[in-house]
Design a protein around this ligand. Structure first.
Ligand SMILES: C[S@@+](CC[C@H](N)C(=O)[O-])C[C@H]1O[C@@H](n2cnc3c(N)ncnc32)[C@H](O)[C@@H]1O
Length: 249
């Protein structure tokens, strides 16, 4: 396994991280979008399911759920919490970039809470998009969220400094061979949750979706959805997470 991915798996296998994610419930924006784009009784794939925060309420709403996570302890917690909640979720420990399911299996796919940003490198994210595309049935929807490189929030200055540093190194011909734009790679010796993350611009995700073959059916920020504001160009820049709803033609 790619060493960066192995570090992601380590972070999300820690018992305190599993406990942190054991808080079940969809966000209001997720309730809105899953009702709108996942028909009742759909067969859904919940990628990066964590401890079952989204899998369990979607199973309770009547969907058939297959929940996948890179971290085995997360899958075990999803099973335990689903049993406690009295619903059925089929959990599978797997990597989103190599999904163990045949083509055209799912009516809908979810990769919630910015999980795609934990997949190392642009090539890794493209592999995930291709796998989601392959396993979705034609007409099926893929809902996911990200941060945004250009978001105005309290992390904007840190992000700008990192990008300027990377640009400076490029312009002075110093190596950036081991780094892509937007990457955050904390010290491996720290006891943290996030050992790798890459924050891109929504423009880049829209490009990657298009080149995979998806059509983008909906894009908005979480706070705009919560405030019942329509999609618009401002959604790229506000400080909140971005929701994408892509459809396989
Ligand atoms: C930020 S957590 C979100 C968990 C859950 N979706 C939630 O909202 O509570 C991201 C999850 O994605 C999982 N993950 C990261 N990379 C993955 C990959 N390549 N394949 C499958 N799951 C992955 C992590 O193990 C972690 O459980």
């Amino acid at each position: 396994m790619d060493p960066l991915k192995a570090r992601v798996r380590l972070g999300y296998s820690r018992s305190w991280v599993v406990r942190k994610y054991s808080l079940i419930g969809l966000w209001p924006s997720e309730v809105h979008l899953t009702r709108k784009f996942f028909a009742p009784g759909s067969r859904l794939l919940d990628i990066g399911c964590g401890a079952g925060r989204t899998s369990i309420p979607l199973a309770q709403a009547g969907h058939e759920i297959v929940a996948v996570d890179l971290a085995t302890p997360m899958v075990a917690q999803t099973h335990a919490l689903a049993e406690f909640a009295g619903c059925r979720v089929r959990g599978v420990a797997a990597d989103a970039a190599i999904l163990p399911f045949p083509a055209n299996t799912f009516d809908g796919v979810l990769f919630s809470y910015n999980g795609i940003e934990l997949v190392p490198r642009e090539a890794g994210k493209r592999a995930v998009l291709s796998e989601v595309y392959r396993t979705l049935r034609p007409g099926g929807h893929f809902i996911f969220t990200t941060h945004a490189l250009e978001a105005f929030n309290r992390y904007a200055w840190d992000r700008l400094q990192r990008v300027l540093d990377q640009l400076g190194r490029m312009l002075t011909f110093r190596s950036i061979a081991d780094e892509e734009f937007g990457e955050i790679i904390p010290d491996p010796s720290r006891n943290v949750e996030v050992y790798y993350m890459q924050i891109n611009s929504p423009r880049k995700y829209r490009r990657m979706l298009r080149s995979t073959g998806f059509g983008l059916r909906y894009f908005n920020s979480r706070s705009r959805i919560d405030a019942l504001k329509p999609p618009g160009w401002l959604a790229d820049f506000d400080g909140d997470f971005k929701f994408y709803v892509a459809q396989k033609p």
